[in-house]
Design a protein around this ligand. Structure first.
Ligand code: NCD
Length: 309
């Protein structure tokens, strides 16, 4: 972890493992990369891309980022086409793939899967989502987008709305925001409150936070409205999902009360929590956010590989 090595050789498993300095460094590198069409810094390097759970943006933006840096990717987007269906364990899969790749990115339904994978290899491992636990590169994309739109990460009023219990992007974002001094509004149905351990991170970071069920009355004051999907696949009991699935549905009409500079973010995919008419408003920032996956993931890949500082 030597300071002069930067992030070289490190894993990216949880936002918890990254300091404020690390975060700002990655965002600054991403900002520089956004201005460059392509480069060859990763030439000859291969990303092993192991997706045991569905993904569109995350997987494609990792692979596209690797290609834009001159590198290549191997892997699978669907575990049913890998030897996992023959009963191969995660660890054996990792031990194999590490021989074909310089870095690994893994998405898996089980919490802790990425950390387990990292213990089986010396190659840098990036967690692209492990169950309801963490999704650190999404948080870097979120912070990058907020900084791009508001010019800062401090002194903002940020509401995080939806599935705060099972949303891994929310959990990573809480760690990320704990380094800055924005005020956080946690909006969810009772059943999907942010777990205590994450509220404690805000408390220890001396972040002012509030909990509630409704965001509409906050709209005139908010700078960022971070909407999330109710994580259907994480509910053990689908009747519990049915009870909360329609908790939020942001519309363009509601946004008429918002501060003109309010930006709406969402890690996507959206289901019903943001109506399509919001897309046409100047508040919609979720497609920009998705496009920021490229420079941010380029920065992460290049810095962990030690070819970018
Ligand atoms: C998120 C995820 O996989 O956690 N998607 C993404 O990576 N952009 C959010 C979600 O699935 O709700």
């Amino acid at each position: 972890m030597g300071a002069n090595r930067g992030l070289m050789g490190r894993d990216m498993l949880s936002m918890q493992d990254f300091s404020k300095e690390d975060i700002l460094k990655i965002l600054a590198t991403a900002k520089k990369l956004a201005k460059i069409k392509s480069s060859k810094v990763m030439q000859g390097k291969i990303l092993g891309s192991l997706f045991f759970e569905p993904s569109t943006r995350t997987r494609l933006s990792f692979e596209s980022s690797m290609a834009k840096l001159g590198g290549a990717s191997v892997g699978f987007a669907d575990a049913s086409v890998s030897s996992v269906t023959k009963g191969e364990s995660l660890l054996d899969t990792i031990k194999m793939v590490q021989q074909y790749a310089d870095l690994l990115v893994i998405r898996h339904p089980q919490e802790g899967a990425a950390r387990l994978a990292a213990e089986a290899t010396d190659k840098p491992v990036i967690n692209a989502g492990d169950g309801a636990n963490q999704h650190p590169t999404q948080t870097l994309v979120d912070l990058y987008t907020i900084q791009q739109l508001h010019g800062r990460l401090d002194r903002l009023k940020i509401a995080i709305v939806g599935d705060l219990r099972y949303g891994r992007t929310v959990h990573s974002l809480i760690h990320g925001l704990s380094h800055f001094s924005s005020e956080v509004f946690l909006i969810s149905p009772d059943a999907l409150r942010l777990p205590e351990s994450y509220r404690e991170i805000l408390y220890r970071g001396r972040i002012r936070y509030h909990e509630g069920k409704d965001f509409t009355q906050l709209l005139p004051d908010l700078d960022v409205l971070y909407m999330t999907r109710i994580q259907k696949e994480r509910f053990a009991d689908q009747s519990e999902y049915q009870a909360v699935k329609s908790s939020y549905a942001l519309t363009a009409t509601q946004l008429q009360r918002a501060k003109p500079t309010l930006k709406v973010l969402h890690p996507l995919p959206r289901i019903t929590e943001i109506s399509q008419d919001v897309d046409e408003t100047p508040h919609a920032a979720y497609f920009l956010q998705a496009s920021n996956g490229i420079p941010v993931r380029q920065a992460v890949l290049g810095m962990l590989a030690g070819v970018l500082r």
